[in-house]
Design a protein around this ligand. Structure first.
Ligand code: HEM
Length: 477
């Protein structure tokens, strides 16, 4: 491109037009993060990669991630018109918001509302999660009875996690049989699964979106975006009509409506479209990440019966059956917390995190990073690096325990990211994870299905990595 070639981080030879796509495909055609790690062995912890028409730097080690991603210079996100399809063809929402503004306004608003109506109020979230888990336990028990003990995990927790997110936005949860919830989940799933290979090629060649909308999955996505956003807008209209927000705001949407009223429309971030984009963002960011992590955890418990037994023993001692763990209980669940940490590490649900961008021209050490450069953190590569994690492909919760069996964090385990753009939903995600897994192992034992191959740990690779559909023989406890 037009960048000065001097002092860019080292990287493989760049071919015209395709850049490094062939070298990446040859290093590993299925898992881009593995390809990045392979190339990183040759070119180093920070390397240049040309993805078609897009120039990127890839960060491969913890040290460079920590150094770069905590700097304001790298606190912007990548942005292409393709992403904007989700949000009225404008740069809206918080995930991809421009740094520092309007990101800061939206981030502050979101954090405050999530605190007031979500995870900050444990006594508010508890009944929601409790109802969800009651539904799941009952459903699973029924299912198991009907299928000779066998349960199929096919994105099983997504519906329930979507419901938790919805209750935070809207103040109420749906019954699992509610057609509105069924519609919502169908849309989110369809949208996620249209993120196929052709779709990811749009990252390298954004201009292709106009030429190949069908092949790239964009046509399906557009349909889903419209339906989803319409669903959100209808709820916004409903709340506006009720007018309760003026005196007694009950949820994030109400809070936002107050901001809309309080600001002058012409120069404000607070608009209906921005609100709908924010709702869309929280759904996208929160649903698959959390539900895949729960599924991975169950899958690794199936594959590691001794770990499962230890978790059950610990939970049985510290959490009376029939209620959710309290803050005090959770503090006692050292082994379970180690299991969750190891799940985050080994599954690396967001293998390349959420890409950042250089907010301005920057010199870092000897390297020059031009404004607009995509900054991709190879989180999966870092969490599977043999030099730091012994036997990285083995599930070993003991990594996160000290000699007394107490939970021991590791600074390198950063599943929620770095610096200012750190995941905004971490408290909710962590709360949900510990509560879901506790209640699941309290009520069930998960075994492999006899005479079937063990569930695979090979992920379905995407923006988020989830497990393939797997089956388990379930025993009620
Ligand atoms: C296991 C579950 C989750 C994981 C592993 C996860 C991980 C991440 C990561 C790695 C980032 C990028 C951080 C960075 O750039 O340094 C991120 C951003 C974000 N996450 Fe999560 N997340 C999870 C759950 C959630 C939930 C439940 C919500 C919503 C309630 C959420 C909302 C967001 C938002 C809004 C951002 C963008 C923040 C910003 O750009 O300022 N996440 N998440």
């Amino acid at each position: 491109g037009s960048f000065p070639k001097k002092n860019l981080p080292p990287g493989p030879f760049r071919f015209p037009v395709i850049g490094n796509l062939i070298q990446l495909a040859m290093a590993d055609s299925k898992e881009p993060y593995v390809a990045f790690s392979q190339l990183g062995k040759k070119y180093g912890d920070i390397m240049s990669i040309q993805l078609g028409s897009v120039y990127a730097v890839v960060l491969n080690s913890f040290e460079v991630m920590e150094e770069y991603l905590t700097k304001p210079e790298f606190s912007d996100r990548i942005y292409t018109p393709w992403f904007a399809e989700r949000t009225f063809n404008k740069r809206l929402g918080v995930i991809f918001a421009k740094y520092p503004e309007p990101w800061q306004v939206l981030r502050r608003f979101s954090l405050r509302s999530l605190r007031d109506f979500g995870f900050g109020k444990r006594n508010r979230m508890h009944p929601v999660i409790e109802s969800e888990l009651k539904s799941i336990v009952n459903e699973m028990k029924l299912n198991v009875k009907e299928n000779n003990g066998i349960h199929t995990f096919d994105c099983y927790f997504t519906l329930s996690i979507l419901n938790v997110l919805w209750s935070m936005l809207a103040g109420t949860r749906f019954e699992h049989s509610d057609p509105r919830l069924v519609k919502l989940i169908k849309l989110v799933r369809e949208m996620m699964s249209s993120c196929n290979f052709g779709n990811s090629i749009l990252l390298a060649y954004p201009e292709w979106k106009e030429w190949f909308p069908d092949w790239t999955g964009l046509t399906v996505q557009r349909k889903c975006y419209n339906a989803l956003n319409q669903f959100f807008q209808e709820f916004v209209d409903e709340r506006r009509k009720v007018e309760l927000y003026k005196t007694n705001p009950e949820n994030l949407v109400d809070e936002f409506l107050r901001e809309i009223d309080a600001h002058d429309e012409s120069d404000s971030e607070f608009t209906d479209q921005q609100l709908v984009a924010l709702m869309n963002d929280l759904f996208i960011a929160g649903s698959e990440t959390t539900s895949h992590t729960i599924s991975w955890c169950i899958l690794y418990l199936i594959l590691n019966p001794h770990v499962q037994k230890k978790v059950q023993e610990e939970v049985d001692i510290h959490v009376p059956k029939g209620r959710l763990p309290t803050v005090e209980d959770e503090a006692q669940l050292h082994y379970l917390r180690a299991v969750l940490a190891e799940t985050h590490r080994i599954a690396s649900v967001l293998p390349l995190m959420v890409p950042r961008a250089a907010e301005r021209d920057t010199t870092c050490g000897n390297y020059f990073i031009p404004k607009g450069t995509y900054v991709i953190a190879n989180l999966h590569g870092m969490l599977h690096n043999k030099d730091y994690w012994k036997d990285p492909d083995t599930f070993k919760p003991e990594r996160f325990l000290d000699a007394d069996g107490k939970f021991k964090a590791d600074v390198r385990l950063k599943p929620f990211g770095f610096g200012k753009r750190l995941c905004l939903g971490e408290p909710l995600a962590s709360l949900s994870l510990i509560q879901y897994v506790t209640v699941l192992v309290q009520n069930f034992s998960f075994h492999p299905v006899p005479n079937e191959p063990l569930p695979s740990v090979d992920p379905v690779v995407g923006v988020t990595n989830g497990p393939q559909i797997f089956r388990s023989l379930i025993e009620c406890r």
